[in-house]
Design a protein around this ligand. Structure first.
Ligand code: C2O
Ligand code: CU
Length: 534
């Protein structure tokens, strides 16, 4: 009998698949631990305070037309993170920290972010070369500023990324997108939040210290405190330590009022099913690409890699001293460990609440109907279907039988689709790769989830999105408006180890196959040698 690769993976036959990594089944798996830390060094839930990444400083210029631009610089460098109490953890970080600094900017103010690559030639523990490409996830950037996987900035070089920020308020994030090593680089620390504000959002939702970015990831540690990396033959990385803003299962003190949390799943592979330990619901007010038309009150939500959900939690009714946990009941096809069901804890404190702030007790219901939530399925001029598969013999994930390798081989010309500029289309994606879920992400566009398995999407998905969770045997239909830029943009699975091997394709908007592309993602704005080193 010959086993297919997947059967071999399921049987966990060491050596069957070459690298000798023992791999066990995929569904609802629970295991003891992934970290090699001693008992003494293994962090315990709720032993450390939540920290908030610092803001990033900038300079402002105003041009002759009155356009305001902020100029930021971030340096990718080695850093040392304090995650474990007795050991330090080497990381790669924007400005040497994980998560990277938070950028908060108003809609209508442009930004130019100089990203300096001051990383060593090779990753200190994993050994791969360290050219980088920075993607601002959720921004309609021109192709040459979009972090195209092969638009690489070598160590010693920098690249200036131009961000338009004309889109409605939303929670974006920047992260590395280097071809074949995105998983390793993001996991090592190259990720941060970038938040666009506007008057609509400011009028409705908590601001300042009550508007809290939460970047959630999972990690495994070597005995010396370094990050371990095991992607189980490119199927997924499953850490046993949950980090929120880079701290293990932290605790946040909260006042008796309404808080807004911008929850980003920055894990390489893991998805979550979040809920409160009290059983009380939360109110989802924004999805990946901004405010929902109508707030949705839900008891739990499934949250895949790169998705952003903004939720309001109302702490008014809890007595001072109450401890409320954010928990994770997980989903099919994750690997869970003893404490991956816990995320963080909120401790209610008796500080005086500023009731002059109108958001302190407000849970709005009607929010904002922005594009593309105002579109209807009948606006679509075309329906395209894509099938996601896994080849059990080669262990390759494909989208319509193609991978990024074919895109590379074509000189970056090959596309999965060529919509006209401003075309509205329905994209149907079917996951026929049994045993895995895939958070699929389209660059450039925001989309509306029309249906999931022929039924309406989940309540919390009824907002503008740029990533959609496609579980085992699920089919989603997306309503997409292609624009406002012409050019080539990537589509990929945001399980980063899938993306790297090589579950990624591209579409081309508003350009013929042989038409000259003024916004060529690789050549239009190349990185330059940095006159300042260090
Ligand atoms: Cu968040 Cu193409 O990625
Ligand atoms: Cu995937």
């Amino acid at each position: 009998m010959t086993l297919t690769r997947r059967q071999a993976l399921i049987l966990g036959g060491a050596g069957v698949v070459g690298a000798g990594i023992v791999t066990v089944p995929i569904s609802g798996v629970s295991a003891k631990s992934a970290s090699k830390l001693s008992d003494r060094d293994m962090p315990r839930p709720y032993g450390t305070p939540l920290t908030i990444p610092p803001p990033l400083a900038y300079q402002t210029t105003v041009d002759a037309d009155g356009v305001t631009t902020r100029h930021y610089t971030m340096t990718q460098r080695l850093g040392s993170a304090k995650i474990l109490s007795r050991l330090s953890t080497p990381i790669l970080g924007y400005n040497g920290i994980f998560p990277g600094p938070t950028i908060r900017i108003d809609r209508g103010t442009r930004a130019i972010v100089r990203v300096r690559n001051q990383l060593p030639a090779k990753h200190p523990t994993l050994g791969h070369a360290l050219p980088t490409s920075t993607h601002l996830h959720g921004s309609a950037s021109l192709p040459q500023y979009d972090g195209y996987a092969n638009d690489l900035t070598l160590p010693g070089f920098y690249k200036e990324y131009h961000y338009p920020n004309f889109q409605p308020a939303r929670s974006l994030w920047y992260h590395d997108h280097a071809v074949h090593f995105t998983a390793q680089n993001v996991y090592s620390g190259l990720a941060g939040q970038y938040l666009i504000s506007d008057p609509v959002e400011k009028g409705l939702l908590p601001q300042g210290q009550f508007d809290v970015p939460l970047t959630i990831s999972d990690a495994m540690f070597a005995a010396n405190g370094a990050l371990g990396f095991d992607d189980r033959e490119h199927s997924g990385l499953w850490g046993d330590v949950i980090l929120v803003n880079g701290k293990p299962w932290p605790v946040m003190k909260v006042q008796k009022r309404v808080y807004r949390f911008r929850i980003l799943n920055a894990s390489v592979s893991r998805s979550y099913n979040f809920r409160l330990s009290t059983g009380d619901p939360v109110t989802v007010v924004a999805t990946d690409a901004g405010l929902m038309p109508v707030a949705q009150t839900v008891g739990s939500w499934r949250h895949g890699g790169a998705e952003r959900y903004e939720v309001l939690i109302d702490f008014r009714k809890y007595a001072v001293g109450t401890r409320i946990e954010l928990r994770n009941t997980s989903n099919e096809n994750n690997r869970d460990f003893d404490h991956t069901g816990k995320i963080m804890r909120f401790d209610v404190v008796g500080d005086t609440v500023n009731t002059a702030d109108p958001t302190w007790n407000s849970i709005p219901t009607t929010l904002a109907t922005s594009h593309p939530m105002d579109l209807k399925a009948t606006d679509a001029v075309k329906t395209r279907r894509f099938r996601i598969k896994h080849d059990d013999d080669t262990n390759i994930w494909t989208i319509d039988d193609l991978t990024w390798e074919e895109v590379i081989a074509s000189g970056f010309k090959r596309v999965m689709a060529n919509p006209a500029l401003d075309a509205v289309e329905i994209w149907e994606m079917e996951n026929s790769s049994g045993g895995w879920f895939h958070p699929m992400h389209m660059h450039l566009v925001d989309f509306q989830v029309l249906s999931r398995n022929g039924k309406p999407p989940f309540a919390y998905e009824k907002g503008p999105k740029d990533v959609v969770y496609i579980g085992e045997d699920e089919t989603v239909r997306l309503l997409v408006h292609f624009g406002p830029h012409r050019g080539r943009y990537m589509v990929h699975c945001h399980n980063l180890t899938h993306e790297d091997h090589s579950m990624m394709l591209q579409f081309r908007v508003g350009l013929g196959a042989d038409e000259e592309d003024p916004n060529d993602p690789i050549t239009a704005a190349p990185a330059v040698w940095d006159p300042v080193q260090g």
